[in-house]
Ligand binder design. Structure first.
Ligand code: ZN
Length: 191
């Protein structure tokens, strides 16, 4: 294959017409949404310019918050890869996993486990992708404020969801998702 042909194929892939690549399919939609500018932080600082600092100050409905802990909280991804795509964030504006306090590490882990249990109960996924993108180069849309992805997966979902995810997620649907997950969240873990 010549360089030109190779380049062409890569470009086709960006338009979701090429040979699928699992890793890119998983993380590109968020990156594209943020590159598009919507909800993009004005800078890397804390405060209202950062969506993950801003969300806890809103009501659960407005902020799409599913659960609030003492050091971390669970929020619906505004640009979900799948229905029920959650983000577990420390309240503190911290970029790097090594900078979390032991309390934050423990709570991010516990909220991640509860997210899985609640998602299983409500949506019955076949599996999950869990993970943190550390740094822009690794695909973090908002690199300055650490967030752990909890992405429910179903057999065959990667065949069509990148296209679905690129279309605007309707606020009503996200708000329904939030309400269902919040209702299923164990009461002893509600903030
Ligand atoms: Zn922040």
């Amino acid at each position: 294959m010549s360089d030109d042909e190779h380049r062409l194929q890569v470009e086709d892939g960006d338009d979701h017409a090429g040979v699928p690549d699992g890793f890119q399919r998983l993380w590109t939609p968020h990156r594209m949404a943020y590159i598009g500018g919507e909800n993009k932080p004005s800078d890397s600082g804390a405060g209202d310019g950062c969506p993950f600092c801003r969300a806890p100050g809103l009501s659960d409905d407005e902020g799409l918050i599913v659960a609030r802990g003492g050091a971390a909280y669970v929020v619906l991804n505004l640009y979900p890869y799948n229905s029920g795509h959650l983000l577990v964030c420390p309240y503190r504006h911290v970029a790097d996993y090594t900078d979390l306090t032991p309390e934050e590490v423990a709570e991010v882990a516990e909220l991640t486990r509860t997210s899985m249990r609640v998602l299983r109960e409500v949506y019955g996924p076949d599996g999950f992708n869990l993970g943190m993108n550390q740094g822009h180069v690794a695909g973090a849309g908002i690199a300055a404020h650490l967030h752990q992805h909890v992405v429910p997966r179903w057999g065959g979902d990667s065949n069509f969801l990148p296209i679905v995810a690129r279309t605007r997620a309707l606020p009503e649907i996200l708000s329904d998702t939030r309400a269902r997950l919040a209702a299923a969240w164990p009461s002893d873990q509600r903030g």
